[in-house]
Write a protein that binds this ligand. Structure first.
Ligand code: DGJ
Length: 753
């Protein structure tokens, strides 16, 4: 790892172990140009790569061609340049109403460590193993300064970038766009094939499905204007060489550490250059900067891999596990929980919760989570949000009594909140109708019969936080599920002036971060799980506060294969909230085996979401075995390297993935036969990531509740337990079980002998 400024060439060179990122300061006019981002290269003069070189620009000789030159240059921080008609990364409006902007290089500093981003989640590292390059740029007419910061860590190939905008001028300016990432590069990969665009898209109960598309001329991209990340798009853009596979080929990944409105865009121009940008969505965004004021963008992550999609995945996983997630639970096995949502919905009382807890305890479950409906007047979703006091009609004797009883069983207790919301039918709303986000003279839109609290206001945050923390202090609550069940609409705050209304969405996110920061500081041992109507806030911003996030309200094992495939493309398995629920599944009506539901949930945090008191004995008999599997494999699943072997999304028949320990002494393969095809031979799949020279025991690990006559793995070509060399497994492959029927699965454990 190194960052240097090569004085003679006026080149900045950022090197991680395998990747280089290079920029140059133009000789004549102090433009900061992008030169190269890709596989690591040695220190040499790379200025021959500068795109305008074929038509060199010098003010004295061809100053009249300025616009033409700017149009084909690769800019590091494009403003609104005369001549460059591509979409810029920053827009500043002057009091005169103008937006022309040209940031020039002024100075730089290279230092060990990395500064915190005020009020925002961001990656961090030990000063000894972290380096930052801060480049100061300035528009000399507006006197606005731009601090572009790039940070790297010794143990990962990711490059982080953020920007701070400072108004040094004598009058206010309006910042209308301030994107975190901007990269100009050729659309062609090393084989001269255009990269394809990869995005993670979906909707409620179908989050983060992987989608590929060609990059056409003009704009394409992703966005959220819902005030949160959303079920629909992930703040992620991938550029994938068409020849790339899981294991080889070039892939770029761009991700935003943020939980609000975002926009990610790829613009292809006539020169076949693409400009990749990612940051806060400029729609509904504007910040007035008075003289001396500044604005900090969120952090963006850039990853390059020449080892295919899997290489990119490993970089993101290690980055987030080691440099973003915090707290005592980060590296720990999480308690196996049972959540009462799908078991009871709103229809429960303390006796029902105790019944579930008692039965769950018998089978080895470690924590009871009481979901929505325990507070205020809340027998359905029409009322009660904002009244964070236990409903003693439902929870007779109060919360402490219930928690004590559950603790006395030897179980932990967790609780659901939705702190950002307010029901029109609530005491809080009757007292403070202006606390809801709304515009004057207009009835705000209800979604799930609720409004959103204006978290940009300190008194709102303080009051809600006080109620939530009082509840948490009232009993031994060891886990919180922080939910958020509607998008933001009716963007208006009674506390912001006419010129500041467009600050609301970002201020809302800052308010949310402040509340979660307080929570994690005041309750450092609390296990926090973020959630938003399923997985609408599965983003790296929230991971800074909670080590796990509820992945989706869809707990169907087959749908989960695709949701978890897209999620695990960039997020560590340790972050994915995954539970076993009943069949027919409550969302899709599909019936899969209990064993398969368990095997799929084991790829995440693992837990149950069902009424265990009503489960039949056959299914129940699987639970102790599933729990044993969790205890046996969770360290490996949380810490290991994840490999995607086959994708049901692509082949429509089966799914297979693997986690290999960092030292390659063990691996766990999950194989799901979604649809049976009429053939009587096994699929042979190559098993990546192993040590070719090691000998492995190959153990088919069923849950133990399978009657031998039902266990086809007993007649696997390799048998239920055998011994194989790493190279044979990697290059020749391993036959998978050929099950009778659909939705069947197996875990196959490899252990060095
Ligand atoms: C949405 C969550 O995703 C569910 O798990 C559940 O907590 C409900 N909200 C409760 O309203």
């Amino acid at each position: 790892m190194n960052i240097q400024f090569l004085e003679k060439e006026r080149i900045f060179k950022i090197d991680t172990e395998h990747v280089s990122y290079v920029m140059a300061v133009m000789d004549d006019e102090q433009f900061l140009e992008h030169v190269y981002f890709g596989r690591r290269v040695g220190d040499s003069d790379l200025r021959y790569l500068l795109r305008h070189r074929e038509n060199p620009y010098t003010v004295s000789s061809n100053g009249g061609e300025r616009g033409k030159v700017l149009a084909c240059m690769h800019h590091e921080l494009p403003g609104e340049l005369t001549g460059d008609h591509r979409d810029g990364a920053v827009t500043v409006r002057t009091q005169g109403g103008h937006t022309v902007l040209q940031p020039y290089y002024v100075s730089h500093r290279i230092y060990k460590g990395k500064d915190r981003l005020e009020g925002l989640p961001a990656t961090f590292g030990h000063a000894d193993d972290t380096m930052t390059l801060e480049i100061t740029m300035e528009d000399p007419v507006l006197h606005v300064r731009f601090l572009l910061s790039y940070s790297i860590f010794g143990d990962t190939d990711a490059i982080m970038r953020n920007m701070k905008v400072i108004n040094d001028g004598g009058s206010a300016v309006r910042l209308e766009k301030a994107l975190s990432l901007s990269l100009d590069m050729d659309v062609f990969d090393g084989d001269q094939h255009p990269f394809r665009l990869l995005t993670l898209d979906g909707m409620w109960v179908r989050e983060r499905h992987m989608n590929f598309r060609d990059i056409g001329y003009g704009f394409q991209g992703i966005s959220s204007n819902r005030g949160e990340t959303s079920h629909h798009e992930q703040p992620f853009l991938g550029l994938v060489s068409p020849n790339a596979t899981q294991h080889v080929g070039e892939v770029y990944g761009f991700h935003l550490i943020y939980s609000g409105n975002f926009r990610g865009q790829v613009e292809r121009d006539a020169y076949d250059c693409i400009r990749v940008t990612l940051g806060i969505n400029p729609d509904r965004f504007a910040f007035t900067l008075q003289p001396g004021e500044s604005f900090q963008t969120p952090e963006g992550v850039m990853v390059y891999s020449d080892a295919g999609l899997g290489g990119m995945t490993h970089t993101f996983h290690d980055l987030y596990r080691n440099h973003l997630i915090r707290g005592v639970w980060r590296d720990k096995k999480r308690p196996i929980l049972i959540n009462n949502w799908e078991a009871t919905y709103f229809d429960f009382d303390e006796q029902k919760i105790l019944d579930i807890a008692r039965e769950a305890k018998k089978w080895g479950i470690e924590m009871l989570v009481m979901d929505d409906g325990w507070f205020g007047k809340r027998d359905d979703d029409h009322s009660g949000l904002g009244d964070w006091f236990v409903n003693e009609k439902k929870i007779k004797g109060g919360l402490k009594k219930l928690v004590d009883e559950i603790n006395a069983l030897g179980m932990k207790f967790g609780l659901w909140f939705e702190p950002e919301m307010i029901s029109p039918d609530s005491d809080l709303y009757r007292a403070h109708p202006d606390w809801a986000i709304r515009v004057p003279d207009r009835e705000p839109c209800q979604l799930r019969w609720q409004y959103v609290l204006d978290l940009s206001r300190k008194e709102v945050r303080d009051r809600v936080y006080e109620m939530v923390s009082n509840v948490l202090r009232s009993a031994n609550i060891e886990y919180v599920k922080w939910d958020m069940n509607r998008t933001l609409t009716d963007f208006g705050s009674t506390c912001l002036g006419a010129d500041n209304q467009d600050e609301l969405c970002h201020r809302y996110v800052l308010g949310l971060y402040e509340m979660q920061d307080r929570l994690t500081k005041d309750f450092p041992n609390l296990l926090l799980e973020n959630c938003s109507g399923g997985g609408a806030r599965f983003d790296p911003g929230m991971l800074y506060y909670s080590p796990q996030i509820w992945c989706s309200d869809d707990t169907d094992a087959v749908e989960r294969l695709m949701i978890q495939e897209g999620t695990s493309l960039i997020y560590p398995l340790s972050t994915m909230g995954a539970h076993v629920s009943v069949v027919p599944n409550h969302v899709v009506g599909r019936s899969t085996s209990f064993e398969t539901r368990g095997n799929v949930a084991l790829a995440g945090t693992f837990g149950y979401e069902l009424d265990i008191t009503k489960l039949d004995d056959k299914d129940k008999a699987h639970i102790p075995h599933q729990i044993a599997l969790y205890h046996k494999y969770n360290d490996l699943i949380r810490r290991g390297d994840y490999y995607r072997i086959a994708s049901y999304r692509e082949n429509h028949l089966y799914d297979c993935y693997e986690v290999v320990s960092k030292d390659k002494t063990e691996a766990l393969i999950t194989y799901v036969q979604v649809l049976k095809v009429p053939e009587d031979r096994s699929r042979i799949l190559r098993i990546p990531g192993l040590d070719p020279d090691k000998e492995y025991a190959v153990i088919v690990d069923r849950t133990g509740a399978i009657a031998p006559e039902d266990d086809e793995t007993m007649v696997l070509p390799v048998g239920p337990r055998t011994q194989m060399r790493g190279d044979a497994l990697m290059y020749a492959g391993l036959p998978m079980p050929n099950f009778w029927g659909d939705f069947r699965s197996a875990l196959i454990y490899l252990s060095e002998i």
